[in-house]
Ligand binder design. Structure first.
Ligand code: TNX
Length: 515
């Protein structure tokens, strides 16, 4: 017994000994996206199996953030770290996650991280800010332990201070589940990866000519018939409302907003096949498995069409906690201009009636709509300018810079190239802050859409999205002064261990010197 006691005491002594770290440099860590300010202090915090996490008292949201961090640490280094419970015997070092009202930055997503030898302190205005902050922390926990500096295995985290705040409040990606359907599991995997890079919006393109992918209880044929196929003629599929709620909840745990899109009055063939009275193009609709656009339209002059839309917007809005509803509005080539304008104005009112802010592709700015509605600028500079004249905000998604479905180059296995080839540098080296001369106050943020005509499974999705989506995360989170291709390139290469561990089939761009 005495022997054991002496041994235990000796071990405790070992743990207390200050560790002599070789100099570190927090500023040189491979953060993605790059934080606003980094001040290195050249020592380290030794994460080990005696580390404990404590979060702001009586703040269940903060506790959940602490648990999320503990779960991700366990997955990364297989060490179990307690959250707000008795610290393990011999605990020397603590990670504190606190609400604070004395931050340098006031935005809800701002956070400050102080890393010393003994503690990591993460301060934020809100739990959302804490959630962004733990992503930063996750990124600087080494993949492998150091087994020579101390008795026990340690994972040294470089010390210093980080002050961080997003450049844009809206940092998004879009996934087209209409051309090819993707499962709840696939969408969750994409969400989890995006959240690690501080992306906070996932826009789901739920309907198109080829498929209707969201259950509408009052109009069941939409999914029964309209969801039965997809591009290429495979079986298609759809989300039940329960599935959709599951996606929304999974995103919410990551402080990510889901934006549902029902594309209309064009891109509506699947809806019109299900309920032919909706059709306004004069042809008998049939299920469509090709990839052409612009041939379908709703009948914009029939009240029953608006009653239908009211039901759709109502049912989806009821299960969407986020503030937005996207009505599409793109490429309505067979809708007369005056009918299109009438339609958008009427649908805007329906969206507002159900408590949401309308978003539409940039064409919607040709209608007389409210300054609270938002235009997603994908193609027309003229439409973008019209939106600004109306006092609207814009989501910047220029096809030739930000479309994730554009091929990297002529050798790309998947993707299209109607707008451009977008290699990894072209995707990153542009400035959304000043793109097209739009005043910054009119820019809500950046979104990278992934259309799915040419991709039908998660591997193919990942091939197009990764690594480019990391660039869009940085273009929307980091300030212009902090963005630099040469620096980005190195940090991007260092994402490989994480992406590999997550089993992401990213495109190994030859422009990057992958680790
Ligand atoms: C244009 S972008 C479209 C989509 C296609 C995409 C393919 C936009 C608003 N409409 O219908 O899927 O190009 O890149």
């Amino acid at each position: 017994f005495l022997f054991i006691l002496i041994h235990v005491l000796a071990c405790q002594e070992e743990k207390k000994k200050p560790i002599n770290f070789p100099p570190t440099n927090l500023a040189q860590e491979s953060f993605m996206p790059k934080p606003l300010k980094i001040i290195p202090t050249h020592s380290a915090f030794a994460l080990d199996r005696y580390t404990a996490i404590f979060t702001s008292e009586n703040e269940s949201e903060y506790e959940k953030v602490g648990q999320f961090l503990a779960k991700k640490i366990k997955a990364k280094i297989d060490v179990e770290i307690p959250v707000n419970s008795d610290a393990p015997e011999g605990t020397q070092r603590v990670i504190y996650i606190n609400r604070s009202d004395s931050l340098e930055m006031e935005s809800p997503e701002a956070y400050e991280l102080y890393i010393t030898q003994d503690t990591v302190i993460l301060n934020s205005n809100t739990a959302e800010g804490a959630f962004r902050g733990i992503q930063t922390l996750r990124q600087i926990i080494p993949e492998a332990s150091n087994d020579t500096l101390a008795e026990q295995r340690i994972w040294p985290i470089p010390s210093g201070k980080i002050i961080d705040n997003p450049n844009f409040a809206y940092r998004g990606s879009m996934l087209d589940v209409a051309r090819h359907f993707f499962s709840v599991e696939d969408v969750k995997k994409y969400i989890d990866l995006l959240a690690y890079y501080k992306i906070n919006v996932l826009h789901l393109h739920l309907t198109d000519d080829q498929g209707w992918r969201i259950e509408i209880k009052s109009w069941p044929k939409l999914t029964e018939i309209g969801g039965s196929t997809e591009v290429g003629g495979e079986a298609g599929g759809f989300f039940t409302q329960e599935d959709y709620k599951e996606i929304v909840a999974y995103a919410a745990e990551r402080y990510m907003t889901i934006i549902p899109e029902v594309d209309m009055p064009g891109h509506t063939n699947a809806a019109s096949v299900s309920y032919p009275f909706l059709n306004g193009n004069g042809k008998t609709p049939k299920l469509y498995e090709g990839t052409h656009v612009g041939f379908s339209t709703f009948n914009t002059r029939k009240d029953t069409v608006y009653a239908f839309i009211d039901d759709v917007v109502r049912e989806i809005s009821a299960i969407t906690p986020g503030p937005y509803f996207h009505i599409g509005g793109d490429e309505s080539h067979v809708t007369k201009k005056r009918d299109y304008i009438y339609f958008v104005e009427r649908v805007e009112k329906i969206v507002q009636k159900h408590g949401k802010r309308m978003i539409g592709w940039d064409e919607v700015a040709t209608a007389d709509i409210d300054s609270t509605s938002i235009a997603q600028w994908w193609a027309s500079e003229e439409n973008a300018k019209k939106a600004v004249e109306k006092g609207m905000q814009l989501i910047v998604s220029p096809a030739k810079k930000a479309y994730l479905d554009m091929q990297y180059d002529t050798l790309s296995k998947h993707g299209l190239h109607w707008a451009a080839y977008i290699p990894v540098d072209t995707a990153y080296v542009w400035n959304p802050d000043t793109y097209g001369g739009i005043p910054k106050e009119n820019i809500l943020g950046v979104e990278a859409p992934l259309w799915s005509e040419t991709i039908s499974n998660i591997d193919e999705l990942e091939y197009l999205a990764f690594p480019r989506v990391l660039g869009y995360s940085e273009l929307s989170w980091s300030t212009e002064e902090n963005r630099d291709w040469e620096d980005y390139k190195v940090r991007l290469a260092n994402q490989a261990p994480f992406l590999d561990r997550m089993d992401v089939k990213y495109y190994p761009s030859p422009l990057i010197d992958w680790k």
